[in-house]
Write a protein that binds this ligand. Structure first.
Ligand SMILES: N[C@H](CCC[C@H](N)C(=O)O)C(=O)O
Length: 285
């Protein structure tokens, strides 16, 4: 019987099964199925997906992200904070500031620790990508900022932002009315998004505060989405609802993130990361 060790961690309730690939060996072809298996709340461990902590040739560590449907994503904000925490607490890195390689590019993490335990992580997520081709998004040539689009018979004003992974952001009057489970899956797999998309609904409280809910590509409704919160802050600035250089408090279902789209152009994300448990997973083929 094949087994491997795992650590379950979460960022604001967005939880993943983390596997240290510096110590474990998993079959590349079986990774999507394995992600589905470990994510299953009835026959697996239960999670929003699986994240691999891998060796890298260009950084101390590399993160690979698999959603609970088995699809691989290019970035994960909550995942990055947990990878940073795991890497520091398990001696993979010794500095408090270090780079992490993702499929969406290199990011820099800065940890805050108390007695060796990482409580908070600031990640420089790099620059947002705003060209439709960078999501990818079909049918548009220029940056998409509050463009009216019809999904499932409803007309929504869409702002498109990539943080290495694709996001469609919609501003609404009241977050309680977010059509998460009705329009979320329709938006996620609309043909205009050849690689599907994460859908975020935002209610602005002020120029420095917003409520946020998300239907994630490949995982559905989650408690939090770090790249989505970054995309929402960028979208708020693009729509004149917030300002570059300001700390914006994003209230997600699982808690708050502080996002700042700096004047220099990088997006900074600050928030917690927590370990839930460790264990051994039995791969029942
Ligand atoms: N579902 C996302 C990956 C996870 C992102 C999210 N959990 C985050 O914290 O950024 C995608 O397919 O692009």
């Amino acid at each position: 019987m094949r087994t491997f060790n795992f650590t379950k961690m979460h960022g604001l309730g967005n939880n993943y099964i983390y596997v240290n690939m510096l110590e474990e060996r998993l079959n590349e072809e079986q990774l999507p199925e394995l992600a589905r298996k470990v994510s299953n709340p009835y026959t697996g461990i239960g999670s929003d997906g699986m994240i691999l902590i891998c060796p890298s040739e260009i950084a101390p560590v590399k993160m690979r992200v698999f959603n609970n449907d088995g699809s691989e994503a290019k970035n994960c904000g909550n995942g990055l904070r947990c990878v940073a925490k795991y890497s520091y607490e398990n001696g993979i890195v010794s500095d408090t500031s270090f780079e992490i390689e993702t499929l969406g590019g290199l990011v820099t993490a800065e940890i805050t620790e108390v007695d060796g335990i990482v409580k908070q992580v600031l990640v420089n997520m790099g620059k947002p990508r705003l060209k439709p081709s960078e999501l990818p998004l079909l049918g548009f040539e220029k940056e998409v900022v509050s463009e009216p689009v019809v999904f499932g018979g409803s007309r929504l004003d869409m702002t498109a932002v990539s943080m290495g992974n694709p996001h469609a952001v919609f501003f609404i009057e009241n977050i309680q009315d977010a059509p998460l489970t009705t329009l979320g899956p329709v938006i996620e797999k609309d043909p205009m998004f050849p690689e599907w998309v994460n859908a975020e609904f935002v209610e602005m409280v002020s120029e420095k505060e917003m409520h946020f809910r998300v239907w994630e590509r490949g995982s559905g409704v989650t408690q939090a989405c770090g790249t989505g919160a970054c995309a929402a802050a960028v979208a708020a600035v693009l729509n004149g609802k917030a300002h570059r250089g300001d700390d914006i408090t994003v209230h997600l279902a699982g808690g708050d993130l502080i996002i700042n789209w700096t004047e220099a152009g990088d997006v900074l994300m600050t928030g917690p990361a927590e370990t839930i448990c460790t264990g051994t997973f039995f791969v029942n083929d």
